[in-house]
Design a protein around this ligand. Sequence first.
Ligand SMILES: C[S@@+](CC[C@H](N)C(=O)[O-])C[C@H]1O[C@@H](n2cnc3c(N)ncnc32)[C@H](O)[C@@H]1O
Length: 359
Amino acid sequence: MSDKAKSKSPSASPPPAAESSEGAGILPPQYWTTHAAEAGHNAEDYADADSTLGSEAATSTASITSSVLDYRELYGRTYHSERGNAQYWGTNDERQSEALDILHHCLMICMEGKIHFAPIKKDIQKALDLGCGTGIWAIDFADEFTGAEVIGTDISPIQPSWVPPNVKFEIEDMTAEWTFGENTFDYIHGRWLSGSIADWNELFKSAFRALKPGGYLESFEPSALMESDDGSVKDTDAMGQWGKLFIEGAKKIGRPFTVVDDELQRKAMEAAGFVDIQEVNIKTPIGLWPKDKHQKEVGQYAQLVIESDAEGHILFMANTLGWSREQILVFIAQLRREMRSQKHHAYYRQKIIWGRKPE
Ligand SMILES: C[S@@+](CC[C@H](N)C(=O)[O-])C[C@H]1O[C@@H](n2cnc3c(N)ncnc32)[C@H](O)[C@@H]1O
């Protein structure tokens, strides 16, 4: 059976035609296969961009019901099970979990070891991490705030079962009605949720309600766009196209990827009633091109996050735009060549913003 025949699209509707996205500055997917043929690249060149196919054994905690493990599949990669309206673009298999753990390491280096920015007190009692992924941030946070109970929620049960005693993980859809009571948490955190949330105002309203008066919400989001200040990343480069693919794919599923670009975090915080809103904006380099030692280290890890599982990041969005798997793999191979060349001085912007619920 071919990969195509075996695959089951995780999107509810069939993938729309690729042509429909051309107007947004996205090159048609055939561009990459033609480009590869002209450059004399062949299938072997991108073979190692391929994943180890086959569904990964799902790990679970005792409290998980089997429906949560009823993963959807696309070209052998697995996605979260059906949960109301939740729709997440990344795979939830071992390979993607490794990429998420590398991402955490990258962001920690980037933030020089700071796990939060909001001015929270050392003796907070209860914290919540929305869309916690592998739970790595929640575990590190719990290690630092040993007196606090830390809850991490996600739609995929990809968290470890051996965790500090003050951490617990729950399967919850943050876009559905919250099960947490009013005035429950001292601190709520959400990181890298772009492309998963249809209504940021609604999400931050739920967080406002669940926070105690005086409690803080902190939101940490990346822009999908790979940019450069010296013109070294061109629109027609795979690096120049990467973010556009996410933005257009996200439009199709009604969950914006322009959260940083459109200031959605601040708008939603203000609309919910948060005060003393403050933000930090950073540029995160991708690749080994920076001269500065710290930035070079960040860039090395940022590249590794993408290289470790580019397919798991982009497969769903590109499939949503009508790309074939071969086109996706050729695109990834080109992206990897560009990242490794050090000729593209790429970075992506990130915004960390926090606000307080008034007393
Ligand atoms: C890019 S990952 C980031 C993980 C983690 N926050 C981090 O920074 O390492 C996004 C996570 O959000 C989760 N997610 C997406 N939509 C969700 C929803 N509606 N409710 C709960 N979790 C969701 C995904 O399953 C995934 O684990």
